[in-house]
Ligand binder design. Structure first.
Ligand code: DAH
Length: 344
């Protein structure tokens, strides 16, 4: 018995694979195994030896079982350690870059303006891109044949009444008609607009405007100036100055162009501001009495201001981009560059 255990121990030291270990187990403890076979001898022993022999055999069996079990655990651990070592991850290696998109910069500008004006009590409203001539022009004091219509080379659909809106100003009309001449109005409407322009660095047949309209009692041009000032400072920084220049829009009286001081040269003159120190970013004015009246707002009682930003123009000025087409060519590298600039 002692010999059997000794040879088993030697064999166990040499074995290093699971299947070889199973063979050893079978050799000693299997049905016809060396240790199992010993029990056959019990019947031939004298009675007084049977008991000790049986007890010893059991002891040897238990010891052999635990020796094999111990070796099995060791072999399993060795295999696992080897596997872990071969699959180990070098955390110093550069990882695979997963490409991530970035929001279009025009969309970002629109969101910035929306957020600011909502904090000032404005609602964001929507209007149709296929619009009636009546709302896009007529009720904005631009009757058929008005020369100012020419500046907005319009896509007409089916005759003369239906068109792709050439500006977001028709949403002013729709909003005031809803207010029925009774409710004050405070809305902005960002949206797509269309003109029959040939696409180049500064023109696009589709572009984005952000319309603003405020109608209430006792509203004056200085309210517009104050509002514009806040927008300009939020978008272009605290040191940004603003100014009005006289202009003409059929639906506002007086009408103005709204300029910001050049954020590149701080007003001293550079190519971005064409050496004027100022950059025009929006048309605006006091809502024309005829427009108020046409929408049911009594001009003696109500007054208001309106403005229309070009969203691409704002983005171009803010991020110093000189070609409008980059916004619409879906080149991810562009939006990523702007995104980084935007985060500065
Ligand atoms: N709709 C004008 C345009 O496309 C921009 C504009 C000017 C909008 C003055 C306004 C405004 O609301 O008051 O050129």
């Amino acid at each position: 018995m002692e010999n059997i255990l000794e040879t088993l121990k030697k064999e166990l030291i040499e074995v290093s694979e699971e299947h070889a270990l199973s063979e050893i187990k079978a050799k000693y403890l299997g049905k016809k195994g060396l240790i199992t076979g010993l029990s056959a001898q019990i019947k031939d022993l004298p009675v007084e030896e049977k008991k000790t022999f049986g007890a010893n055999l059991n002891k040897i069996k238990n010891e052999a079982t635990s020796l094999i079990e111990e070796r099995k655990e060791k072999i399993e651990k060795e295999i696992l350690d080897k596997k872990l070592a071969s699959e180990s991850i070098d955390i110093n290696l550069p990882s695979t870059k997963v490409p991530v998109g970035a929001p279009n910069i025009v969309e970002k500008i629109v969101e910035e303006v929306e957020e600011l004006l909502m904090s000032m009590g404005y609602d964001v409203v929507d209007g149709p891109e296929v619009e009636l001539d009546k709302y896009n022009f007529e009720m904005l004091n631009l009757p058929k044949g008005h020369p100012a219509r020419d500046a907005q080379d319009t896509f007409y659909l089916k005759g003369e009444e239906l068109l792709l809106r050439s500006q977001t100003s028709p949403v002013q009309i729709r909003t005031m008609l809803e207010g029925k001449g009774e409710k004050p109005v405070r809305v902005i409407c960002p949206g797509k607009t269309y003109r029959r322009d040939d696409d180049d660095a500064t023109h696009s047949h589709q572009f984005m405007q952000i319309e603003g309209l405020l109608v209430d009692k006792n509203i004056s041009l200085s309210d517009l100036k104050g509002t514009f000032d806040v927008i300009a400072k939020t978008l272009f920084g605290e040191e940004c100055k603003t100014r009005f220049r006289p202009s003409f829009y059929a639906f506002t009286e007086p009408s103005v162009e709204m300029d910001i001081s050049c954020h590149v040269c701080k007003g001293s003159g550079c190519p971005v501001c064409k050496n004027t120190g100022w950059i025009t970013v929006s048309g605006a004015g006091m809502v024309h009495p005829k427009v108020l009246e046409g929408c049911g707002y009594e001009p003696k009682e109500w007054s208001g201001f309106a403005f229309g930003f070009g969203a691409e123009r704002l983005a171009m000025v803010k991020y110093n981009i000189d070609d409008l087409r980059v916004f619409y060519t879906n080149d991810l590298r562009e939006s990523k560059t702007f995104d980084r600039k935007g985060d500065n």
